[in-house]
Design a protein around this ligand. Sequence first.
Ligand code: ADP
Ligand code: MG
Length: 333
Amino acid sequence: AGGLTVRGLRKTLGGRDVVAGIDLDVAKGELVSLLGPSGCGKTTTLRMVAGFLPADGGVVTMGDRDVTSAGPERRPSAMVFQNYALWPHMTVTQNVAFPLRTRRVPKRQAADRVRDALELVGLSHHAGSKPTAISGGEQQRVALARAIVQEPDVLLLDEPLSNLDAKLRVSVRDEIRRIQQRLGITTVIVTHDQDEALSISDRIAVMHDGRIEQIATPTELYARPATGFVASFIGSTSVVSGRFLAGTSVSPTAADTVLIRPEQVVLTDDAPVRATVARVLMRGHFAEVVLTTDGAELRAFVTGAPPAVGTETGVRLGAVLVYRDGALLEGTR
Ligand code: ADP
Ligand code: MG
C-alpha cells in the first residue's frame, strides 16, 4: 500500500490536448484536490488514473506498481463517479456488495465488509433500502461505501459533492475527510469549487487547460499564488493600478499585473487614496465592500457595520501580488 505517482499523463480528444502532460505525486494517506474550471480536463485525468480511459502517454504508479496498462479492476484504486452510478433495482447492501461479487470475495467475508462499510458512512439503517428511497446525500454515501468496501490503496472521487445542496455539501465533505483520515487512504478529489478544495485538502493541484499550474497547501496557494490564473481562481482579488504602489518596495512596469486580496484593502479615513462605496455584499459575519477609485474597482472585507453605498472613504493597500510574464514576482507590505 502506498501513494500515487503520475508522470507526463496525456490525452488528446477530438483533436484537442485535453490533458497536456500532468505530473502529480500524492503521498500515502494524503488528500490532494484537483481543482479547476469546468472543461479543464479534471475528469479525463481522473478516469485515466483509475484506468477507465487509456492514456495517450505517461505513467501511473500506485504503491510501487506501474499500473499504466492495467484495467480499473486490476488497479488498487476505487472511483466514486460524479453521478454516483448506483444500480436502482438493487438495495443499498447489494450496491455496496457489487464490487466484491465481481471480485469473487467469499460470501461471509463480503457480508462483513459491506456491514462495516455501511456502518462507517452511517447508513446501516438503510441497508435494505433502494437508492430511489434515500436522499441525495445518502446516495453519495452509498457510492462512497461501495468504493471503500474494496479496501483501495487509492481513492478517486469525481466532484463528489456537486449534486448536493449547500448545507449537505458541508456535512458530506467533512464526513469524506473524516473517513479518509481514519482509514489513511491516499485520495484524489476532483472539484471546481475552491471552498471545497481549500477546506478538505492536504494539498491542492490547480488545473488550467489540461495542465497543473501549481500544487501547494491551501495556505500557500492562497498566500502565494504562482500565476495570475491561480490568484484569480482562488479567493477574491482586485486588479490594482501600479501608481498606487509608489513608495513601496515594488516597482511594477506597465506590463505587470498587480492583484490585491480584499483583506489587504483597509478602509481608513486618513488614507490619501480616496474611494467611493459602490456595492456592499453581505457574506455573513463580514461584508465584501466594492469600491470605485478612478474607474478601477477594489474589493475589501469589512467586519462589523459596513459603510453605506455612496460613502466616500480613504483606502490603504497592504500586500500585493505582482505578476510579470505570468509568474509571481514579489509581494510587499
Ligand atoms: P472537467 O472534468 O475538468 O470539466 P473533462 O475532463 O470532462 O473536464 O473534459 C475536458 C475537455 O475535453 C472538455 O472540453 C470536453 O468537452 C472534452 N472532452 C471530454 N471527453 C471528450 C470526448 N470523448 N471527445 C471529445 N472531447 C471530449
Ligand atoms: Mg468533470
